[in-house]
Design a binder for this molecule. Structure first.
Ligand code: ADP
Ligand code: MG
Length: 224
């Protein structure tokens, strides 16, 4: 399969972010203002309007909390961490969501791999990718997580049998606010990419030969 690195091009990430935030916040605000004016004028579809307004507010809430994650200082909380334990924890966390969508998560807990990392950040990376895989599934699906290591690198592969990624959008993944979901924020992969860069690692995306896609988290192994 062909490996493709995610990169952001043209506008700086900060520029894309600023433009994106303005856009993503202005649209719900405009819509909120419109519905407020309707309510003020005394319409009778109040319940319907309140629901739309709450949805818009929730979207802004999600965006702002994800942005806060990005702006967190890059304090160095790096320690030697056990990879299998982190994977185990995030699988446990996402299992209820997976079950709701008829998605199975399979992984073999093999020998212990250790990496030097900020535990909560690498768990965030794992959550972002596995969550995307669950969300990509239509009626049901299977996610496989494999962990392997070479001399110098660790690789965690998240393989799904969902619909895959259309060729024409693959280069856009990881651009701030790029989403194909109705209530997506398009920030998950950008945050993922930034965390991995800070760890001198990278993200690789592959289209599976059969069905679905594979996201590979690649991180340097401690050289002892
Ligand atoms: P969001 O999840 O809010 O849409 P992300 O940055 O996490 O933002 O993902 C961006 C886009 O990448 C998604 O909207 C989706 O189109 C695509 N994507 C990510 N993971 C997968 C996957 N496993 N299968 C298919 N498409 C995916
Ligand atoms: Mg996501």
């Amino acid at each position: 399969a062909e490996e493709m690195m995610i990169r952001s091009e043209k506008m700086s990430v900060a520029g894309q972010l600023a433009a994106g935030i303005a856009h993503e916040i202005r649209n719900p605000l405009t819509s909120l203002k419109g519905f407020m004016q309707l309510l003020q004028a005394g319409v009778n579809r109040k319940e319907e309007y309140y629901k739309i307004m709450i949805d818009e507010i929730e979207k802004m809430e999600t965006i702002t909390s994800e942005l806060l994650f990005i702006s967190k200082p890059l304090t160095d909380n790096r320690k030697e961490e056990n990879v299998e334990v982190m994977v185990h924890e995030i699988v446990a966390l996402l299992l209820p969501q997976a079950r709701l969508k008829n998605v199975e998560i399979n992984w073999k807990r093999q020998e212990k791999h250790k990496i030097y990392c900020d535990r909560s950040q690498i768990k965030q990376v794992l959550i972002n990718i596995v969550k995307n895989a669950i969300e990509a599934m239509v009626a049901k699906g299977e996610i496989e997580i494999t962990i392997s290591a070479s001399d110098s690198e660790l690789e965690i592969a998240i393989i799904d049998d969902g619909p895959g990624i259309p060729e024409e959008i693959i280069h856009k993944l990881g651009e701030p606010f790029f989403t194909t979901k109705k209530s997506g924020t398009g920030l998950g992969l950008m945050i993922t990419k930034q965390i991995l860069e800070k760890h001198n690692g990278r993200l690789a995306i592959e289209q599976n030969i059969s069905k679905g896609s594979t996201f590979k988290i690649i991180l340097p192994l401690p050289s002892d």
